[in-house]
Design a protein around this ligand. Structure first.
Ligand code: PGA
Length: 244
């Protein structure tokens, strides 16, 4: 595990975008595992900027997103499909057919999960998986649990996650209660993982995930067992680690 300390959110975003763009340059037809939420927004903005300057080419890049709210359609402005269009896809030359997100409108949870795993296998697996971390240590929407879910599955979101995500919705009642997410196994099968963490409110959970025991009650702690993890975190998020 390598930890890169960034000064602040912008510096974290730039460092992360550098790592992703190196991946695209080294393997133009790479498979990127992508994430949503506030954390990667600056990274996507930087990638769009470099694309617009002619420094990056997404024409062969394939993507698979971590998760999607169950019940939200692509045109719902809170869906992760919509998020990805707004923050990255519509600004770069990626081909729509090369982008993949779990189908939030699929009501058969088993089918949605199986279909998504088949898509990822069909792509040949993920080369570089981008991750954020929830305040409860979730990665994707793998909430704290007694077990590590292996594959893509449907999850009941925890109250703390619903609370954290209500800022994107008009009211808390509109936040979906369920989501489809890559499993911990799906995430761990990525060849390289890039975890981004920003802000003092993530300092405790980052410390627990990296320095605490590996346990499904802190899902991100499993990353300690992955052979190729890069963490890019800002000083505030690293403040409990004693490495500043
Ligand atoms: P955030 O979410 O980037 O909006 O903090 C991270 C996550 O919940 O994985």
């Amino acid at each position: 595990m390598k930890i890169y300390q960034a000064k602040d959110y912008n510096d974290m975003s730039r460092k992360a975008a550098n790592i992703i763009s190196a991946q695209i340059i080294m393997k133009p037809d790479c498979v990127l595992g992508l994430a949503t939420g506030s954390t990667p927004v600056g990274t996507y903005k930087q990638l769009v900027d470099w694309y617009q300057k002619g420094d990056l080419d997404f024409s062969k890049v394939k993507t698979a997103n971590l998760d999607e709210y169950k019940g939200l359609s692509k045109d719902n402005s809170q869906s992760y499909y919509y998020f990805m269009q707004e923050h990255l896809f519509k600004h770069v030359n990626i081909k729509e057919k090369n982008t993949h997100i779990p189908d939030g409108t699929e009501t058969d949870a088993e089918k949605a999960a199986e279909d998504y795993e088949a898509i990822i296998s069909g792509l040949g697996g993920v080369d570089l998986q981008l991750l954020g971390i929830g305040h409860n240590g979730h990665i994707g929407f793998n909430e704290p649990s007694d077990i590590y879910p292996k594959d893509t599955h449907v999850v009941d979101l925890q109250e703390s996650t619903i609370e954290a995500n209500k800022r994107f919705f008009d009211s808390i009642d509109e936040v979906p209660r369920q989501a489809y997410t890559m499993g911990i196994g799906t995430i761990m099968r990525a060849r390289k993982i890039l975890l981004l963490v920003s802000g003092a409110e993530k300092a405790d959970i980052l410390y627990e995930s990296i320095c605490g025991p590996v346990t499904p009650s802190v899902p991100a702690s499993i990353l300690q067992l992955h052979p190729d993890v890069i963490i890019v975190a800002d000083e505030a998020a690293l403040s409990k680690m004693g490495i500043s």
